[in-house]
Design a protein around this ligand. Structure first.
Ligand code: PEP
Length: 261
């Protein structure tokens, strides 16, 4: 089965709505200049909530092929949940993706696998694709327990989703020790865990379903290391943090196929 790679730029809490417009336009122009083929790689940006409307307006106005999504979603559909954003609101803004369970949300907001699964279900209910983040901290890797730990997160999150919903998800394996640190996992490290995730999805939902689910790697992805990571058979794209704030660099990352020797 062919899985179209996804390069998703997680802007985190960066760029106001005006800066967001500039970055999306520059990304679009950089890819246009390179005659980028969006049918070969899907390109997404994940702005803060406050910039989504602006990104929607500029991508619509200029008929850009860049898609976008949010960095989080409420588990609740509506109501007295001050500060939260419901899936339906994101869907109305044209979001295609929603990141759920990023390690920064797990770490600073105590999100559990169950809650992450509920958020994934909420995103799916709104017609969007959750990008479900999993990955181990350094101490767990040093103890050699990174595969078991990450698979336990997969089990916990997917327990909230039935087989029908699982097929509509994307997974992002992001070793916490590689996020924002400049420390990148080796291609073999990424493949070890991404391959194990696919096997676990196959045992949960069958080989065909697992072959259709995209598994991204995230953690200090740059244009200089993306091609070797993307060459691994179970890595279907990247969740890119810091490097996605620089449109020229993110465009190069999206063009990873041109760097493969
Ligand atoms: C991330 O935010 O998901 C991420 C992988 O960040 P960075 O690329 O900066 O390590």
């Amino acid at each position: 089965m062919t899985r179209i790679p996804l390069m998703a730029g997680n802007w985190k809490m960066n760029l106001d709505h005006l800066e967001a417009i500039t970055v999306v336009q520059r990304l679009h122009w950089a890819l246009q200049d390179a005659q980028f083929d969006y049918s070969q790689v899907e390109v997404a940006v994940l702005p803060p909530f406050t910039a989504l409307r602006s990104v929607q307006t500029v991508t619509d106005a200029d008929s850009m092929a860049i898609v976008y999504g949010a960095q989080d979603v409420s588990t609740h559909p509506a109501g007295a949940y001050t500060g939260e954003i419901a899936a339906e609101m994101l869907a109305k803004l044209g979001c295609r993706y929603v990141v759920v369970g990023h390690s920064e949300r797990r770490q600073y907001h105590g999100e559990t696998d169950q809650e992450v699964g509920e958020k994934a279900r909420a995103a799916l209910g709104g017609g969007m694709t959750p990008i479900i983040c999993v990955g181990e901290a350094l101490a767990i890797r040093k103890a050699g327990e990174h595969v078991a730990y990450t698979l336990a997160q997969i089990d916990g999150v997917y327990a909230e989703l039935g087989p029908d919903l699982a097929a509509g998800t994307v997974v992002a394996y992001e070793p916490v020790w590689a996020i924002g640190t400049g420390e990148v996992a080796t291609p073999a490290d990424a493949q070890e865990v991404c391959g194990a995730i696919r096997q676990r999805l196959a045992s949960l939902y069958g080989r065909d379903a697992a072959e259709g689910i995209r598994i991204l790697y995230g953690g200090s992805v740059k244009s200089s290391n993306v091609a070797s990571i993307m060459a691994e058979p179970d890595v279907d794209g990247g969740l890119v943090g810091g490097a996605s704030l620089d449109p020229a660099e993110f465009a190069k990352i999206c063009r990873f196929a041109e760097h493969i020797a």
